[in-house]
Design a binder for this molecule. Structure first.
Ligand SMILES: [Zn+2]
Length: 176
């Protein structure tokens, strides 16, 4: 996010940059030209007055204008480079955000998948009924043996177990 902010600032700085003004060529009245030494190149030539009241020849006028044009061109190139850099940074951050969004979308979908499978498993567990296979009742036909009373107690214990399992929602196999 910090990067995005910095990029935005860079873009603003770019747009604030002044528009590159094309240097206008000074209109000089060559009808008033006088033959004298040029203050710029020192050659004896046809000259007119420059802005400071000196003498300038046609060749030096051209050179000055060319220099101004060169400066304007360099400014323009520099500004273009700044704008391109800002644009590339914006595109990079846009791509980063796009990738992050895709990653988050994927994570959300994965989490949703996990949630769904957990919910499915809970439903399965809730639907499944505990089924218990208990030992068989015991028989002891002879009342006068110790085993008879053991069998009675064992069978009563089984009944208590069956009841407890049913109360808990379970099922006892073979007891329906
Ligand atoms: Zn000159």
């Amino acid at each position: 996010m910090r990067g995005l902010l910095a990029k935005g600032q860079a873009m603003n700085k770019g747009t604030e940059t002044k528009t590159i003004a094309m240097p206008t060529r000074l209109v000089r009245d060559w009808g008033d030209a006088v033959m004298r030494h040029c203050d710029y190149c020192s050659r004896y030539a046809s000259t007119v007055s420059d802005e400071e009241g000196g003498a300038i020849c046609a060749e030096c006028c051209d050179a000055k204008h060319t220099g101004d044009l060169k400066c304007a061109l360099e400014d323009s190139l520099q500004r273009n480079a700044q704008l391109i850099a800002a644009l590339e940074q914006a595109q990079t951050e846009r791509d980063d955000l796009k990738a992050l969004n895709q990653h988050l979308d994927l994570s959300i979908r994965q989490a949703e998948g996990v949630n769904a499978s957990i919910r499915r498993r809970i439903a399965e567990l809730e639907a499944s009924q505990l089924s218990v296979k208990l030992p068989d009742y015991r028989n002891s036909p002879d009342m006068h043996t110790k085993q008879y009373y053991e069998a009675i107690g064992f069978n009563q214990g089984l009944d208590a177990c069956i009841e407890a399992i049913r109360v808990a929602g379970g099922k006892v196999e073979g007891s329906e």
